[in-house]
Design a protein around this ligand. Structure first.
Ligand code: UDX
Ligand code: UDX
Length: 438
C-alpha cells in the first residue's frame, strides 16, 4: 500500500522505515528541509539502534522515499499518518501544542481526492481526531476520508522491536472501511487479530495517555519505595523485585532512579491530568505522580551533596550519562538537565560523558566540561555520578577509575553496580545507590 507519513522524527521515521520493511510503499515527509536532505543522503538524524540498516535497505529497494513537499507526497496514497510533534505549548501547563497536527490537517484537506484514511499517530488530547475530522470537512466538504487514531507505543532505544513485536495495536476507527485499511496496513506484522484492539476514536486516544500515566505512576511508586527503604534500612530493590513477581503487579517499570523523563511521560501525564481536571474527574494518582516526579530531581541533588559530605563548592563531579535513558541521543526532559545545573549552581565542576547525547547537551548546558570517554570524565573527580544506564558503563574498569579519581565516592542513580557493590567497595569506593542503605 502507498502510504505517506508526515513528520519524520523519532516516531514518524521509525514507523515509516518499519512499514516499508513490511513491503509497503512509504513516503516520509518532513517540513524540515535540512532533515530531508540528510535522510536523502543516507544520514539518520537521530540515534535509534537498528534504524540505519532498515532505512538503508528500504531506500535501496525503492520502498522508502523522503520528501519535504506534502502536496507531492500524498498523491495516490491510501493512508496518511500524522506523526508531527505535539510538544507542551506552555511549559508546565499541560496543554499539548496542537498547531502542528491541525496545521497538517489544514494542509492536506484540499488535496484529498479518492478515499483516504488520515491516521493520527502523534500523542494527542482526547477529542483531537474529532477536531481533525471537522477541520478537513470544513475546508473540503467533498473530501472522501475517515480519521483514525492509532497511537504509538514505541520506546526510544527499542523502538524497532516495539514496532515489530507490539503487545497490542490500538485502532480507533468510526467506520468498517477505515478499520479494514488499518488491518491491511498491519497485516504483514506477525500479530493475531485479537492483538488489534478496535475501539472508537476517543477511547483510542485515551488508551495511549492512560498507559503512559500508569507506567509513570509505577515508576514514582518504585522511587518512593526506594526512599522509604533507605530510611528504614530495608533493601528496596529486592522488595520491588519480589513485589513485581506477583503476576497481577508485574516486574516492569519498577526500577527506581532519578525520575522519569523523555518526550512522552512528562507530557502525557500532564495532558491527562488536565483533561481530568477540565472534565471534573480528577486523576489524583496522576496528579501526585507529576508532583513527586518533579521533586525527584531535587532529591537526587540532595543525595549527591550528602554523599559528598555536604560541601560541593569547588569539587569535581564526573557524570556518566546525560540522555533520559540509554540507547538514544534524546535529552528531552532528562533528569540530567535539572540535576547538573543545580550542582553547578552550588559550585561543583562537572565533567560529563555520554555515548550519544553530548552533541545535544552541549547546546543546552554550556558550563560543563565534556569529555570523550568515561575514564577522561573521571580524571581528578571527587565523586562519580552514574546518571543513565548505558551498557558501556556496566563494565567499567573500576580499579582504573579509582586510580584516576581524586575521591572515592560513586553515586549510582541507576543501580547498575548494585549486584557488584561488594566488589566496588573492595576496590575502595564508597558506593551509594538508590533504594538501599547498609
Ligand atoms: C512523537 C509524537 O508526534 C508525539 O506526539 C509523541 O508524544 C512523541 O513522539 P517525535 O517523533 O518524538 O514525536 O517528535 P520529533 O522527533 O520532534 O519529530 C517530529 C517531526 O515532525 C520533526 O522532524 C518535525 O520537523 C516534523 N514536523 C513538525 C513536520 O514535518 N511538520 C510540522 O508541521 C511540524
Ligand atoms: C515511552 C513509552 O514507554 C512508550 O510506550 C511510548 O509511549 C513512548 O514513551 P520512552 O519515553 O521512550 O517510551 O521510554 P521508557 O522506556 O518508557 O522510559 C521513560 C522514562 O522512565 C525514562 O526516563 C526511564 O529512565 C524511566 N524509567 C523507566 C524509570 O525510571 N524506571 C523504570 O523502571 C522504567
Amino acid at each position: 500500500m502507498r502510504i505517506a507519513i508526515i513528520g519524520s522524527g523519532y516516531v514518524g521515521l521509525v514507523s515509516g522505515a518499519c512499514f516499508a520493511n513490511f513491503g509497503h510503499e512509504i513516503i516520509c515527509v518532513d517540513k524540515n528541509k535540512e532533515k530531508i536532505k540528510r535522510l536523502k543522503n543516507g544520514e539518520i538524524p537521530i540515534y535509534e539502534p537498528g534504524l540505519k540498516t532498515i532505512v538503508k535497505e528500504n531506500v535501496a529497494s525503492g520502498r522508502l522515499i523522503f520528501m519535504d513537499n506534502i502536496q507531492e507526497a500524498i498523491q495516490g496514497v491510501k493512508a496518511i499518518f500524522i506523526a508531527v510533534g505535539t510538544p507542551e505549548s506552555r511549559r508546565g501547563e499541560g496543554y499539548a501544542d496542537m498547531k502542528y497536527v491541525f496545521g497538517v490537517a489544514k494542509e492536506i484537506a484540499p488535496l484529498i481526492k479518492d478515499y483516504t484514511v488520515i491516521i493520527d499517530k502523534s500523542t494527542v488530547p482526547v477529542g483531537t481526531a474529532d477536531r481533525v475530522n471537522e477541520i478537513i470537512s470544513e475546508i473540503n466538504p467533498q473530501a472522501n476520508f475517515d480519521v483514525v487514531s492509532n497511537p504509538e507505543f514505541l520506546r526510544e532505544g527499542s523502538a524497532i522491536e516495539d514496532f515489530e513485536r507490539p503487545d497490542r495495536i490500538v485502532v480507533g476507527a468510526n467506520s468498517e472501511k477505515s478499520l479494514e485499511i488499518m488491518n491491511e496496513i498491519y497485516s504483514p506484522l506477525n500479530v493475531s487479530r485479537n492483538q488489534i484492539v478496535a475501539v472508537d476514536l476517543r477511547t483510542a486516544e485515551m488508551v495511549k495517555l492512560i498507559s503512559n500515566a500508569f507506567l509513570s505512576i509505577k515508576i514514582v511508586f518504585a522511587n518512593e519505595v526506594a526512599d522509604l527503604a533507605e530510611k528504614i534500612h530495608a533493601d528496596g530493590i529486592k522488595a520491588l523485585i519480589a513485589m513485581g513477581m506477583d503476576g497481577r503487579i508485574g516486574e516492569k517499570f519498577l526500577h527506581p532512579g532519578p525520575g522519569y523523563g523523555g518526550s512522552c511521560f512528562p507530557k502525557d501525564t500532564k495532558s491527562i491530568e488536565k483533561t481530568g481536571q477540565e472534565a471534573g474527574a480528577h486523576l489524583t494518582l496522576v496528579e501526585a505522580a507529576i508532583k513527586a516526579n518533579s521533586g525527584r530531581k531535587a532529591g537526587m541533588v540532595r543525595k549527591i551533596i550528602e554523599a559528598m559530605g555536604e560541601k560541593i563548592s569547588g569539587k569535581k563531579i564526573a557524570c556518566l550519562g546525560l540522555t533520559f535513558k540509554p540507547n538514544t541521543d534524546d535529552l528531552r526532559e532528562s533528569p540530567a538537565l535539572v540535576i547538573l545545573p543545580s550542582l553547578i549552581e552550588k559550585g561543583a565542576q562537572i565533567r560529563a560523558y555520554d555515548p550519544k547525547g553530548m552533541e545535544e547537551s552541549k547546546k543546552i548546558i554550556k558550563d560543563i566540561k565534556y569529555r570523550n570517554s568515561s575514564y577522561e570524565a573521571c580524571e581528578g573527580a571527587d565523586c562519580l555520578v552514574i546518571m543513565t544506564e548505558w551498557d558501556e558503563f556496566r563494565g567499567l574498569d573500576l580499579k582504573k577509575i579509582k586510580n584516576l579519581m581524586k575521591g572515592n565516592i560513586i553515586v549510582d542513580l541507576r543501580n547498575i553496580y548494585y549486584k557488584k557493590r561488594k566488589n566496588v567497595e573492595d576496590i575502595g569506593f564508597e558506593y551509594i545507590g538508590v533504594g538501599f542503605k547498609e
